[in-house]
Design a protein around this ligand. Structure first.
Ligand code: FE
Ligand code: FE
Ligand code: ZN
Length: 293
């Protein structure tokens, strides 16, 4: 099982510290933001202790493709209303693709964005235009993984059909793939407890070969709620058995599963969640011991 969580990336050890944090959870995969997820201030990549991080990953037998980078969520490629937001999406994504390449990671996860005051078609069209415009300047060897979204507010990418529409409008389709988030697809209306049926639909509409990352999260809300509030594994509406079945599904065994479940009273739940998912045993008292209700 290729499994890990999002981890912090901060002074003084930066990416080396991220890898150490992942190892402390018993993970063999990790996802990080190259700075704060909610802003676009970034340190020069040369200061992020990447060689040491890569050496530690190699020592631990973790392949580089198990390191995932997530673009900050303030980047909105679907916005056609504010020129400054459009400009920031273009310039930041070009730089972020080069930072991703320098970390040695292959996959850069990106939220396709929100159409704000226009409509979903305009959002999809805008995102495709924005990505096509920067295409010649993106780093080689980096695959941008568009994430399935919950449908909160005016998000696009809330169905496999929408994502396929976006993918098919991209000039250089080879650069793109998908990150499937279980909380988001639940909230968008898909039944995660029948994951093989979800994968069948994904395969028919997009193609399973384009699925590169899975975000494994429980949801605080029922199917179709369009909320996007993550819950700890087994404590939400999707439930442990369904999420374990996703983690253990042989059709996606080669894909990294990344937990983005909430911290509990200052404690990371990931070591316990990873252990439970690897063994297939739900032990809610261990999560409650951290302070979860
Ligand atoms: Fe995300
Ligand atoms: Fe996610
Ligand atoms: Zn989310």
């Amino acid at each position: 099982m290729i499994i890990g969580s999002h981890v912090s990336m901060s002074t003084p050890e930066f990416v080396l510290g991220s890898v150490k944090e992942a190892l402390s959870y018993g993970a063999n995969a990790l996802m990080l933001y190259t700075g704060a997820p909610q802003n676009t201030r970034r340190k020069p990549v040369e200061e992020l202790r990447i060689e040491e991080a890569q050496a530690l990953m190699e020592e631990e037998g973790i392949p580089m493709e198990n390191l995932i980078i997530h673009a900050p969520y303030v980047i909105n490629p679907a916005n056609s209303v504010k020129p400054e937001v459009m400009e920031l999406a273009r310039t930041f994504l070009i730089e972020e693709s080069h930072r991703t390449a320098k970390t040695g990671a292959t996959y850069l996860v990106l939220h396709p964005g929100s159409y704000t005051t226009t409509d979903p078609d305009m959002g999809l069209k805008t995102a495709a235009q924005q990505l096509n415009e920067i295409d010649p300047e993106l780093a080689e060897g980096v695959t941008i993984c568009l994430e399935t979204m919950a449908g909160k507010g005016s998000e696009i990418g809330t169905s496999f059909e929408q994502l396929e529409e976006l993918l098919s409008s991209l000039q250089n389709a080879d650069r793109y793939g998908i990150c499937l988030d279980t909380c988001h697809i639940n909230d968008a209306g898909y039944d995660v407890s029948d994951f093989d049926t979800v994968l069948d639909a994904f395969d028919r509409i997009i193609g399973l070969g384009l699925l590169h990352v899975i975000h494994l999260n429980d949801s605080k809300n029922p199917i179709g709620a369009h909320k996007d509030r993550h819950e700890n594994i087994g404590f939400g509406t999707i439930g442990f058995d369904a999420l374990h079945a996703v983690a253990a599904n042989p059709r996606t065994a080669h894909i990294a599963k990344i937990l983005e479940t909430p911290w509990i009273k200052g404690n990371a739940p990931y070591g316990i969640e990873i252990d439970m998912l690897k063994r297939g045993v739900f032990e809610p008292e261990r999560i409650r011991a951290l302070g979860h209700e």
